[in-house]
Design a protein around this ligand. Structure first.
Ligand code: G6P
Length: 612
C-alpha cells in the first residue's frame, strides 16, 4: 500500500517520477504528491489519482534532477490534500514520503508537540519528519545520521525516502516491513516500491532488507548501512522483467490483459517443472525440503484474499492426492490466535506480491516455532520469497490489475504440481492416474484459450445482470473455492454484493435470500459431486432464483435447468478450478465495465497490503 518512487541523476526527475507513479498506482490511489529539489525544495500534492496531480501541476515549476513522489492508500487520516505525501518538517527543509505505519506515532507526536512542533496533518508520517528535523538541529548531525537515529525510536513498518534542502544531491531511503528496491544506472539512481518504475532505465537492482538505510549521492557509490550503524555491501542483482509485461498491450484494462494472458502464464508456471516426455514433476526451489514435506505431520497453508482461495484448492489437492493433512488459514487470524505449530509442520505461504504484512507475520511466527516455511510467490525477490526457507515462484509475470486473476491460476497450477510431486514420491496415487493427470494438466492452457473465445456470450450474460444488487455463487468440492473466488472478483470490482457458499450449505441460510431477483451462479461441472449440485439447482429454481451455470461441454441436464450457461471443456476433477475460474473472471470484468467502475483500481482496495 502506497507507492514510492525517487530519482537522482542527469535527467529531469519529473517525467521519470510521474511515469513511475502511474505504474505504482495499483498500490493506492487516494492522493498523490511530488517533491523536487534544485535551489529550492518544492512539494506539490493533491487528493485523488496521479492524473489529478498531473493536472494540478500544469504551470508549476517542476524542474529538478532530484526528486521523489508518492501515491497513497490512506491509513491514518482521511484522503485529502493535507494528509497527502510528501510531508515537510517544520522548517520546511526536510521532506518525507512513507509507506507503512508508525505504530508509536502518538507517543512521539506528544513529545514533539511539547518541544514546540506543530502538526498540520493527521498522519503518522509527519511525526517522523519532525523527529528527523529535531535530531538534525539538536545533535548537529547530517541528514542520514538523523534518519538513522530517528528510526531507532520508531516502532512499526516503513519504506521511506527523505530529501533535504541542505543536501541537494542526496536521497536517503530506508525500509522495514515495506518493500523498497534501488535501481542503479550510469550516474543515476532510482528508488521505488517495486521494480516497475525503473525497468526501462536499468536492470541492475538492489532489494533493500529490513532495517537498512541507503545513502544515495549523485555521481557517488550507493552506500547501505543498518539502523545500528553497520555497513552492508549492496547486493546487486539482475532484474528479470520487461517493459511489455507491464504495459496494457492494446487491452482496455490490465485486468483484461491479465485474464487473456492465462494460457501463457499457466504454461510458464509449469515450464521446466512438468516434464511430459519423462512423465515426472520437479520443483527446484523446494528440492531440499521434499523429504520434510513427505514426512510432514501436517501442512499449514497461510495466505490472504485470492491467494487464500488458491490455498483452499491446494488444501483439497494435497489431502486428496498426497494424503497429508492440511489446514488452510487466513494469515491475519493465524498470526494472532496462538496456533499449535511443531517442527514437523510445514507452512506454505502463498502470496502474489510477496509483501502482504499478515502473511509475512505468519511466516515469522512459523519460523520462530521451528516449522519449515516455504513460499509460493509471484514477485521475484519479494520479502516473502526472501523470508521463507525455500519456495516456488509462480512466474505469472507482473500482475497490475488490483483484482488478482492470472496470479490465482498460476498459484493453483503450482499447487497442483506440488501435490502431484508429493503423491508420486509417497506412492499415494497409482502411476497410471498420475500420468493421466500430467497429460490433462499439460492440456489446460489450450482449454483456457478456448474458454476465452467465449467472451461474447459471457458479455451478453453480464449485460443482463449488470444492475443487480446481490448475487450468490455456489459450488461443491473443488468448485467451492471457485465459488468464493468468483464472488470475491465480482464484489471487488463491480461493488455488487456477492456471497460465495458451499452449495449444500445454502439451505442453512442463504436460501432465505432467494427470490426472482437473485442471480445464483452455480459451478456445476460434471465431474465430482454433480448429482447433488443438480438437487441444489432445483432448490434454487423452485424459489424462482435466476441460474447462471458453469457446465461441462456437452452437459444437457444443467443446461436445461439454467437460465444461462457457460460451457467449459472437460478435464480431470482436480483441475476444474483452473478452467471454471476463467468465465467468472470475465463475467465480473464485463459487469464492472458496464457499470462504469474502474476495474484496475477499485475503490478502497490496494494490490499489495503492507499494513495489518
Ligand atoms: C489484496 C489484493 C488481492 C490479493 C490479496 C493478497 O487484497 O487486492 O488481490 O489477493 O491482497 O495479496 P498477496 O499479494 O499476498 O497474494
Amino acid at each position: 500500500m502506497c507507492g514510492i518512487v525517487a530519482y537522482v541523476g542527469p535527467r529531469d526527475a519529473y517525467p521519470i517520477l510521474m511515469k513511475g507513479l502511474h505504474r505504482l498506482e495499483y498500490r493506492g490511489y487516494d492522493s498523490a504528491g511530488i517533491c523536487l529539489l534544485n535551489h529550492d525544495i518544492r512539494v506539490f500534492k493533491c487528493k485523488g489519482k496521479v492524473s489529478d496531480l498531473e493536472e494540478y501541476l500544469v504551470g508549476k515549476d517542476i524542474s529538478g534532477t532530484i526528486g521523489m513522489a508518492h501515491t497513497r492508500w490512506a491509513t491514518h487520516g482521511e484522503p485529502n490534500q493535507i494528509n497527502a505525501h510528501p510531508h515537510f518538517s517544520q522548517n520546511k527543509k526536510v521532506a518525507i514520503i512513507h509507506n507503512g505505519i508508525i505504530e508509536n506515532y502518538s507517543v512521539l507526536r506528544s513529545e514533539l508537540k511539547k518541544r514546540g512542533f506543530h502538526f498540520t496533518s493527521e498522519t503518522d508520517t509527519e511525526v517522523l519528519v519532525h523527529l528527523i528535523e529535531d535530531i538534525m538541529t539538536n545533535e548537529k548531525v547530517p541528514v542520514e545520521e538523523a534518519v538513522r537515529i530517528a528510526l531507532n525510536q520508531v516502532v512499526g513498518a516503513y519504506a521511506i525516502v527523505i530529501l533535504a534542502k541542505d543536501y541537494p544531491d542526496k536521497i536517503i531511503a530506508a525500509r522495514k516491513g515495506s518493500p523498497m528496491v534501488i535501481g542503479i544506472g550510469k550516474d543515476e539512481f532510482f528508488v521505488a516500491s517495486d521494480a516497475t518504475p525503473l525497468v526501462e532505465y536499468t536492470d541492475n537492482v538492489v532489494y533493500m532488507n529490513d532495517e537498512e538505510i541507503a545513502i544515495i549521492e549523485r555521481k557517488a557509490k550507493l552506500k547501505i548501512k543498518t539502523i545500528r550503524n553497520k555497513d552492508h555491501t549492496p547486493y546487486i542483482q539482475k532484474l528479470v522483467m520487461s517493459l511489455n509485461e507491464i504495459e496494457k498491450g492494446g487491452f482496455d484494462h490490465f485486468m483484461l490483459k491479465e485474464i487473456y494472458e492465462q494460457p501463457r502464464s499457466i504454461r510458464d508456471s509449469m515450464r521446466g517443472r512438468l516434464h511430459i516426455d519423462q512423465g515426472i514433476v520437479t520443483l527446484g526451489g523446494i528440492q531440499n525440503y521434499e523429504q520434510k514435506l513427505i514426512n510432514a505431520k501436517r501442512i499449514i497453508i497461510t495466505a490472504c484474499g485470492t491467494s487464500w482461495h488458491a490455498g483452499l484448492v491446494g488444501g483439497y489437492l494435497i489431502e486428496d492426492l498426497a494424503r497429508i493433512p492440511v489446514e488452510v488459514e487466513y494469515s491475519s487470524e493465524f498470526r494472532y490466535r496462538n496456533p499449535v505449530i511443531s517442527e514437523e509442520d510445514v507452512i506454505l505461504a502463498i502470496s502474489q506480491s510477496g509483501e502482504t504484512a499478515d502473511t509475512l507475520a505468519a511466516i515469522e511466527l512459523g519460523k520462530a516455532k521451528g516449522a519449515t516455511v516455504l513460499g509460493i510467490c509471484n514477485v521475484v525477490g519479494s520479502s516473502i520469497a526472501r523470508a521463507t526457507h525455500g519456495g516456488v515462484y509462480t512466474h505469472a509475470g507482473p500482475e497490475i490489475g488490483v483484482a488478482s486473476t492470472k496470479a490465482f491460476t498460476a498459484q493453483v497450477a503450482v499447487l497442483t504440481l506440488l501435490s502431484l510431486l508429493l503423491a508420486e514420491k509417497k506412492g499415494t496415487i497409482p502411476k497410471s492416474q498420475f500420468q493421466k493427470i500430467l497429460l490433462a494438466l499439460n492440456a489446460i492452457p489450450e482449454k483456457v484459450d478456448r474458454i476465452l473465445k467465449m467472451s461474447e456470450k459471457i458479455r451478453d450474460i453480464a449485460n443482463i445482470y449488470k444492475d443487480v444488487k446481490n448475487s450468490i455463487y455456489l459450488g461443491r468440492g473443488y468448485n467451492f473455492p471457485v465459488a468464493l473466488e468468483g464472488a470475491l472478483k465480482l464484489k471487488e470490482i463491480s461493488y455488487i454484493h456477492a456471497e460465495g457458499y458451499p452449495a449444500a450449505e445454502m439451505k442453512h441460510g442463504p436460501i432465505a435470500l432467494i427470490d426472482e431477483h437473485m442471480p445464483v451462479v452455480f459451478i456445476a461441472t460434471r465431474r465430482g459431486i454433480y448429482n447433488k449440485v443438480i438437487s441444489n439447482i432445483e432448490e434454487v429454481k423452485a424459489r424462482k432464483g435466476k441460474i447462471i451455470a458453469i457446465v461441462t461441454e456437452g452437459d444437457e441436464t444443467v443446461k436445461k435447468l439454467a437460465d444461462h450457461y457457460i460451457e467449459i471443456p472437460d478435464t480431470e476433477e482436480i483441475l476444474v478450478p483452473l478452467l471454471a475460474t476463467i468465465p467468472l473472471q470475465l463475467l465480473s470484468y464485463y459487469i464492472a465495465v458496464m457499470r462504469g467502475c474502474n476495474v484496475d483500481q477499485p475503490r478502497n482496495l490496494a494490490k499489495s497490503v503492507t499494513v495489518e
